[in-house]
Design a protein around this ligand. Structure first.
Ligand code: FRU
Length: 486
């Protein structure tokens, strides 16, 4: 692929060329390599002709593009979303002489039907052979897709979407070939117009890593509250056949519009989402560079019991150290109750910033108390902004704004996003990566992901704090990130 285009993110994954959507088949192999497959149209920059593209990484940031892993059997079929498992005990019988066999479980989409198929790889996930007994599940529906398979005790468990009925099915299998329907979860949370890409995952608690609970995620499209696509999640209990949410509240996994169809790595509380939205993904201007769509940053997930709001999924940025430059590009500061700094970036680059905020307990917080960041350019006057309101109404609110960019005009490409918290933030991290901006509040308790399309590279990074009470401290630093595609 040609990664020289000015909108190409530097640390987020993008396909070599063509169109990408959902992450698929995510797994960490026994040799320490992370495998990312993805919905892929290699022949055009719009969705269609779905294959499974493939890339591998030692650290989830430096990716090597691999040959396409799964091909549709004919011109009218598509290999839709699905997952992969490590069949180290050879339950499937595909791997008599090895413990590193990989099985992919996916939807084969045809003009009349969506059936579930499997394919196996004896070379560690690089090439796959479709099972001769496919399909493994066919219920005669054309709205039945996106199997995600996990190991539970002595069997395999699959979550799968009956998309237009707002039902998530759970199936079980001893061998990945014979599947039995076990239970359904229906009409949970926000319905949108369809349910897609369910995941079921065991996630550790932040404060006690020996304890864990289950999280079901369900993506909805169209019909997200902000329009188009978004993912929601439900913490709960799973007994191998039935999932019971702790409560029925809908919790969105992102306050932006560009984080969909997220998938967890097999047997790991690590996830990646598709950083786009079906409302405008087929129109975004990166097509002029020959590609469309990026993945979100990788995230390490854990659960937190917040008391008041119940269980919350915390999506922490996965260890960034492999791409972190050596020195802060701003003067690292500890006392920035009322401060500002700006820096011109080596152009065009990706940056990471980290603000840790301490406000004295019982201090009165002024209405104008805030933290803001801007990335801009003088020549065209474009900018992308974000920030946090500590005081006033609404207090404790993170926001993002992509309105002052000129590279893409679409009525559904809305400008501003925000989310409120019960208590003020103590940490705000962000990654600005050319056509993608992500903010992580309080280590990932609140996450915002936003694609941005300036007409030229934004090269000045600035931050400002205002009006924080006497005695407040903000430890602020920012780093240039390594260009993983250089
Ligand atoms: C979600 C989705 C899935 C489907 C895939 C097709 O974005 O619509 O439901 O399997 O994309 O590319």
């Amino acid at each position: 692929g040609d990664y020289t285009g000015l909108l190409r993110p530097r640390v987020h994954f993008t396909p070599p060329q063509g169109f990408m959507n959902d992450p698929n088949g995510l797994h960490l192999d026994p040799y320490g390599t992370w495998h990312l497959y993805y919905q892929y149209n290699p022949t055009d920059v719009v969705a269609g002709n779905q294959h499974w593209g493939h890339a591998t990484s030692p650290d989830l940031y430096h990716w090597t593009n691999q040959p396409i892993a799964l091909f549709p059997p004919n011109a009218t079929a598509g290999v839709f979303s699905g997952s992969a498992v490590l069949d180290s005990d050879n339950t499937s019988g595909f791997f008599p002489n090895q413990t590193d066999g990989v099985v992919a479980i996916y939807t084969l989409n045809t003009p009349t039907n969506q059936v579930q198929e499997i394919a196996y790889s004896t070379d560690g996930g690089y090439t796959f052979t479709p099972y001769a007994g496919n399909p493994v599940i066919d219920i005669g529906s054309n709205q039945f897709r996106d199997p995600k398979v996990i190991r539970y005790g002595d069997h395999w468990a699959m979550v799968i979407s009956y998309a237009s009925e707002w039902v998530i099915g759970i199936y079980t299998s001893p061998d990945l070939k014979e599947w039995t329907h076990a239970s359904n979860i229906s009409h949970i949370g926000l319905l949108g117009i369809q349910y897609e890409c369910p995941n079921l995952v065991s996630v550790p608690f932040a404060d006690n890593s020996s304890d864990s609970a289950w999280v079901l995620t369900v993506s909805i499209n169209p019909g997200a509250p902000l329009g188009g696509s978004i993912t929601q999640y439900y913490p709960g209990e799973f007994n191998g056949t039935h999932f019971e949410p702790f409560d029925r509240a809908a919790r969105l996994s992102n306050f932006g519009k560009d984080d969909y169809a997220g998938q967890f790595f097999y047997d790991e509380p690590v996830s990646i989402g598709w950083a786009s939205n079906w409302q405008y993904t087929n129109q975004v201007p990166t097509a002029s560079e020959g590609w469309r769509s990026a993945m979100t940053l990788p995230r390490r997930n854990y659960l937190k019991d917040t008391g008041l709001a119940g269980y919350e999924l915390v999506q922490e940025i996965y260890d960034l150290s492999p791409v972190l430059g050596n020195n802060s590009i701003v003067v690292p500061s500890t006392n920035l109750a009322n401060a500002s700094q700006s820096v011109t970036l080596s152009n065009p680059t990706a940056i990471y910033f980290d603000a840790n905020i301490t406000i004295p307990t019982n201090a009165t917080i002024d209405d104008n108390a805030s933290f803001n960041f801007t990335i801009s350019t003088n020549s065209s006057g474009e900018s992308v902004k974000g920030g946090y309101f500590f005081g006033g109404t609404p207090a404790n609110t993170i926001w993002l704004d992509r309105g002052k960019t000129n590279g893409f005009d679409n009525p559904l490409f809305t400008d501003k996003f925000s989310a409120a918290q019960l208590k003020h933030a103590t940490r705000i991290q962000g990654v600005v990566d050319r056509s993608l901006v992500e903010v992580y509040v309080d280590g990932g308790a609140v996450v915002g992901t936003m694609v941005v399309y300036p007409s030229e590279p934004l090269s000045t990074f600035a931050f400002v704090t205002n009006g924080l009470p006497e005695g407040s401290e903000i430890q602020f630093a920012a780093w240039e990130l390594v260009d993983t595609w250089a």
